[in-house]
Design a protein around this ligand. Structure first.
Ligand code: NDP
Length: 332
């Protein structure tokens, strides 16, 4: 098997020279263990943000959809697929019962999602899909008729949040990084408004798109735009702080604008969350999203990169916004 080892901390954008690819021997399976072969590897924003907490060199972290090719575990038979936090490697030996290191999700069997592609186990039928479902439902708690603002709106999580918002009878306003993405959100996904945050005046956009102001804000990006949106919220608005990608590549923390008056005077409820909080309800989220998908109510796009050797290009491409929907890498 082959794996990526991170040898240098990222400075700015990740670079190929921050990694080395290492060959490794596959050990004999012990009782309870499985051997898997990666089909799809995920590239996610948290990879850029988390690595700072690791002692180097370290194996690169990440989720994958992998096929079980040998097994000494009757609950995980050969031929089935798993979703696991195995990192950037082609082959993995693991015991699915042993929880992975802190903060990562345990290995699960991918339910039968035919005729949909297996890669959805990393997207709308996996971690990002559950982030959209639980983050919106449990933190924003939108009521029909309310207005939801979403940043990072054309990405894996954001595009999904907006569609659930529409299904719940809300008005949905998205912010994304290109005119094409905004057209897709409005024409294909049914967003009421979408604005290119790189060219629009955000205050003006909010006045135009949400004259009734914002009740729920699903924040994927943080930074200045989030302050502007929170200042345009209604009293008792709810903010789900999901991610802060606008600063992940920054060396220094950006200057923070003053949010506290908006939080106080509008009595906002602002809550950060990590999706693994709901691991005990994981299949509820997957089943909810699978049902919507099968009923034709949930649309998706993927940006598929090809080849194990192109992991870094995929990670950087996603961070730059090349993707609409989920960015994944097809290993072979
Ligand atoms: P996306 O599919 O949204 O991909 C990342 C997107 O971020 C890019 O496509 C790009 O789109 C946008 N982006 C890049 N730089 C900036 C910037 N400076 N300002 C604004 N947008 C930018 O990724 P995910 O859907 O997987 O993740 C979205 C967010 O959710 C991230 O912040 C991530 O960390 C977070 N997250 C949190 C989880 C949790 O448990 N709390 C779980 C999963 C994700 P564009 O063209 O629009 O700029």
């Amino acid at each position: 098997g082959r794996k990526y080892v991170l040898t240098k901390y990222f400075r700015g954008e990740p670079k190929a020279s921050d990694f080395k690819i290492v060959e490794e021997q596959i050990p004999e399976l012990k009782e309870g263990e499985i051997l898997t072969e990666a089909e799809y590897l995920s590239v996610d924003p948290y990879m850029r943000a988390y690595m700072i907490g690791y002692k180097l060199p370290t194996d690169m972290i990440g989720g994958q959809v992998a096929k079980i090719i040998a097994s000494r575990n009757k609950d995980f038979p050969v031929g089935k697929y798993v979703v696991g936090a195995f990192g950037w490697r082609t082959h993995t030996v693991c015991s699915p019962k042993v929880p992975p290191s802190l903060g990562f999700l345990p290995t699960i069997l991918l339910p039968n999602i035919e005729p949909h592609p297996l890669s959805l186990g990393l997207g709308i039928l996996g971690m990002p899909g559950n982030t959209a479902y639980f983050g919106l439902k449990e933190i924003c708690k939108p009521e029909p008729g309310e207005t939801i603002a979403i940043t990072g709106a054309a990405g894996a999580v954001g595009s999904h949040v907006g569609q659930i918002g529409k299904i719940l009878g809300c008005k949905v306003i998205g912010f994304a990084g290109s005119d094409d993405k905004c057209e897709y959100l409005k024409k294909e996904l049914g967003f009421d408004h979408a604005f290119n945050y790189k060219t629009a005046n955000i205050r003006q956009a909010l006045k135009e798109g949400a004259p009734q102001r914002i009740d729920c804000y699903f924040d994927n990006v943080g930074g200045e735009i989030s302050s502007t949106i929170m200042n345009h919220m209604n009293k008792n608005g709810r903010v789900a702080v999901c991610g802060s990608i606008s600063s992940y590549n920054d060396e220094k923390l950006p200057k923070v604008s003053i949010l506290q008056p908006a939080i106080v005077f509008k009595e906002l409820k602002v809550e950060g969350f990590l999706v693994n909080r709901w691991f005990n309800r994981w299949h509820e989220g997957i089943n909810f999203n699978l049902k919507l998908l099968n009923e034709g109510k949930l649309k998706y796009q993927e940006k598929v990169y090809h080849g194990f050797d192109n992991m870094v290009d995929a990670l950087v491409g996603m961070l730059r916004g090349e993707n609409t929907g989920k960015a994944v890498v097809k290993v072979k």
